[in-house]
Design a binder for this molecule. Structure first.
Ligand code: OAD
Length: 253
């Protein structure tokens, strides 16, 4: 299917859909200037996840892990939601049954104003006490840079970024809700993710098996061909803006 034809097919499906569910990954924020993890310029090309994004790495050297997270927080603070985030925010305002499930910890969907965001991998803006004490709870800390590092809870223990590290489980309530969303989607968009990290990547075949039209938006196709109905091989911001334009044109007719 040619690019324009594919865009039109997806726009028609979106116009008819009751439940639109969007799974986003790092490529969603690429146009905002936030680096992805894999592929050209990806963070895991320069840094070793084992040294920075595992519970063992944090136990070994919390200050080192925090320096990396603090650097990323500063980078993200200097970025703004892109036109793709803004399209999703508008759709979420207009449609109650729309859900965004994100693997991103950057908070850009929320900054764009998107409602009902499911954060599978947590938030880089939240901190929580390693002892899980109520005083440290999970709290939002927007200041950058953080000093001194590592930050400490009132109880004296170290605070950690409230993100999911390799080897850790996702919040079961958030994952259950995402599974439920995927199963009831009429249109499921998988946007800017390499589809390599589970359980997030498993939502794509799940939605497909449950009957959704599955659309992948990625300049480099990533999800298994068995689970994708339409591929839009374009940047997330470009594709979402093009779809939004087509939806408005249809609406105006
Ligand atoms: P990846 O870095 O693995 O993949 C990013 C994807 O975005 C790739 O498939 C790119 O082709 C695509 N991409 C690049 N630029 C794009 C653009 N402008 N528009 C659309 N797509 C674009 O990121 P994720 O799949 O999100 O985990 O990675 C999943 C998880 O692995 C992350 O949440 C993180 C990481 O380790 C945790 O932090 C727990």
């Amino acid at each position: 299917m040619k690019g324009d034809e594919a865009l039109r097919r997806v726009a028609t499906a979106l116009a008819d859909a009751r439940a639109i569910v969007v799974l986003t990954g790092a490529g969603m924020s690429a146009a905002s200037g936030v680096p992805t993890f894999r592929g050209a310029g990806g963070l895991w090309r320069t840094f070793r996840a084992e040294d920075l994004a595992t519970p063992a790495a944090f136990a070994r050297d919390p200050a080192l892990v925090w320096e990396w997270y603090d650097w990323r927080r500063q980078q993200i603070a200097a970025c703004a939601p892109n036109a793709g985030h803004e399209v999703l925010a508008r759709w979420s305002a207009a449609r109650d049954a729309m859900r965004v499930i994100t693997q991103n910890v950057d908070g850009l969907h929320e900054r764009a104003g998107t409602r009902h965001v499911r954060r599978l991998h947590g938030s880089i803006w939240r901190l929580r006490c390693v002892r899980g004490c109520p005083a440290g709870g999970s709290r939002e800390e927007l200041e950058v840079p953080l000093a001194p590092l590592p930050p400490r809870c009132e109880c004296g223990a170290v605070l950690r970024p409230d993100v999911v590290w390799f080897g850790e489980s996702l919040d079961p309530a958030v994952l259950d809700a995402a599974v439920h969303d995927a199963q009831r989607a009429d249109v499921f968009l998988t946007v800017g993710t390499s589809s390599q990290v589970y359980p997030a990547a498993g939502l794509v075949p799940l939605a497909h098996a449950a009957g959704a039209l599955v659309v992948e938006i990625n300049p480099e196709p990533a999800a298994s061909a068995d689970a994708v109905d339409v591929r839009l091989t374009m940047g997330a911001d470009q594709a979402l803006v093009a779809l939004d334009d087509l939806l408005r044109q249809n609406h105006a007719r």
